[in-house]
Design a protein around this ligand. Structure first.
Ligand code: FES
Ligand code: FE2
Length: 463
């Protein structure tokens, strides 16, 4: 059997760390995958060629269930946001009723003007050109000088809808009218998030970052922990990188993968005698930075399971800071970095170790540019009153999290480390030698990339 990671005496494989958890594991951590992707060649041209980007627009984005935003972003009837995939797909996502959501093509039925450019609200969607108006449910409401338009009658010029479905507060769309239901595309996600769902969370911080790299280049940089050794070298004393576990679930229509990167253990690269105390203290400092003023824990790795001690400290913080009882949340949920990926571009993290959401999108028609949307989420406070979702903080190509997104706390530094590589990856793909212009992937650690690319290739019919 192929190696499933690398361990050390003080940093076991994730599966062995999970077995030492002080609490029962929830489904999302207990499940194991059912699929190993076949090795197929992935040419760099898939990241750089405008013709390939065009094919993606036609065969992927216009035919796939994809996450747009969250219901909390449009809390009142009439609230709406634009959703753009490059220049080929633009929709308006609207709350059309108390618990009803619709998505419309973002184009005026008169002469095509883009209707919604920014988040907005109210009971009228109004075109800025001649003032045609629609209700939040898409019904045409008013046309100035309607006497001049003969062909308008009985809903003929309502806004054109695409399929919408909601899962755990996430609003998905599929422009393909014949698409199978979202449920099929979610695969094992509902099973994994059972009882730990995201509906009862809110967006605490939200950045939309332009990046000079293809959307797949960016996505794939977040599908493996292999890069920790070089890109996040300073995290190695307290991050399990080579002992990270990777799983894939292929359910036919559902394409889901997961990584679990353990924290509060040293990297196995640091050897058998690396300090478990430094590992636990390093993670405590990281979490404390995110909550300034909280008391630091007195961890004693010599007294056994430092991960359990750290998790218990965090349960106390959740109780103290938010009034939340997390006594039934296992250690791993409170401290580890567990990320699920749903094809094509949705990253949803599990638990409160690293409670993030990712969305990767093409930017314009240029395959060398993309938009990375990232949110930090928090559980609703104990009183159940939902705080307003954070407004989007837009970061341009040359702006960095550390300077412009302090709301991400210690994560800003980590994102900047990741972002610093991305334009160079994109550039290197353009300048690779003919005959060597393709990926060379690790069988275990980079299996999620291989799987994602295989599903994409099948969807596009390229091989
Ligand atoms: S283009 Fe929209 S009202 Fe004329
Ligand atoms: Fe990273």
């Amino acid at each position: 059997m192929h190696p499933q990671g690398m361990s050390s005496r003080v940093s076991p494989l994730t599966v062995d760390l999970l077995a030492q958890d002080s609490k029962p594991l929830p489904p999302g951590l207990k499940m194991t995958g059912n699929h190993q992707p076949e090795a197929r060649t992935i040419p760099f041209s898939r990241y750089t060629d405008p013709a390939f980007a065009k094919l993606e627009m036609e065969r992927l984005w216009l035919r796939t269930w994809q996450v747009t935003c969250r219901t909390e972003d449009i809390p009142n009837i009439g609230d709406r946001v634009p959703y753009d995939v490059g220049t080929g797909l633009s929709l308006v996502i609207v709350r059309s009723g108390a618990n009803e959501f619709k998505a419309f093509y973002n184009a005026c039925r008169h002469r095509g003007t883009r209707l919604v450019n920014a988040p907005g609200g109210g009971d009228t969607i109004r075109c800025p050109f001649h003032g045609w108006q629609w209700k939040p449910d898409g019904a045409l409401k008013e046309v100035p000088c309607q006497w001049d338009f003969n062909g308008i009658s009985g809903g003929s010029h309502d806004l054109k809808e695409v399929q919408v479905a909601v899962w755990e507060g996430f609003i998905f769309v599929n422009p393909d009218p014949d698409a199978a239901p979202l449920k099929d595309a979610l695969g094992v996600l509902p099973q994994a998030f059972e009882g730990r769902g995201h509906a009862e969370r809110y967006t605490f911080a939200h950045v939309s970052k332009k990046i000079r790299a293809n959307w797949k280049t960016v996505l794939e940089a977040f599908l493996e922990a292999y890069h920790v050794i070089e890109t996040h070298n300073d995290a190695m004393p307290f991050t399990g990188d080579a002992n990270t576990s990777y799983d894939i679930w292929d359910t036919g229509a559902g394409h889901i993968s997961r990584l679990i990167t353990p924290s509060a253990v040293p990297s196995p690269h640091l050897g058998d005698d690396a300090s478990t105390q430094i590992a636990a203290d390093g993670v405590a400092a990281f979490f404390a930075m995110a909550m300034p003023g909280v008391p630091m824990p007195a961890l004693d790795a010599s007294k056994g399971n430092a991960r359990a001690q750290l998790a218990e400290w965090r349960r106390g913080l959740m109780k103290m800071g938010l009034g939340l009882d997390m006594s039934n949340h296992c250690d791993s949920e409170l401290i580890d970095s567990t990320q699920f990926h749903m094809f094509p571009n949705f990253g949803v993290w599990y638990g409160d170790g690293l409670p993030l959401l990712y969305q990767f999108l093409p930017h314009g028609d240029n395959p060398n540019e993309s938009v990375f949307n990232v949110r930090l989420t928090m559980p609703l406070p104990a009183n159940g009153v939902r705080p307003p979702a954070a407004k989007i903080n837009h970061l341009d190509f040359d702006e960095y999290f550390s300077d412009k997104a302090p709301e991400f706390g210690p994560l800003s530094h980590i994102f900047d480390q990741d972002l610093s590589n991305l334009p160079y990856i994109q550039q290197g793909m353009h300048s690779a030698a003919p005959g060597a212009a393709h990926q060379t992937l690790g069988t275990y650690m980079e299996q999620r990339i291989q799987y994602f690319q295989n599903v994409l290739a099948d969807k596009l019919g390229v091989n």
